[in-house]
Design a protein around this ligand. Sequence first.
Ligand SMILES: [Zn+2]
Length: 72
Amino acid sequence: MKTTPKCSKCQTEMEVGYVLDRGHGNARQPATWVEGEPVRSFWAGTKIAGKEQLQVHTFRCPKCGYLESYAH
Ligand SMILES: [Zn+2]
């Protein structure tokens, strides 16, 4: 990502990062955006096969702590 967004609350330049999720086997992984409503699956927790999935980048304002997420 080339441009760093400015905080919409206080106009400070934000830091890039991501929100950590716990995936299969408690493995650490970045949060993922999945299209549509979550569908519970007996075998896999939440069924995501065939759904569009995007890694979520979350910007954090170092001044006020505001978080802003993007899924490109
Ligand atoms: Zn801010």
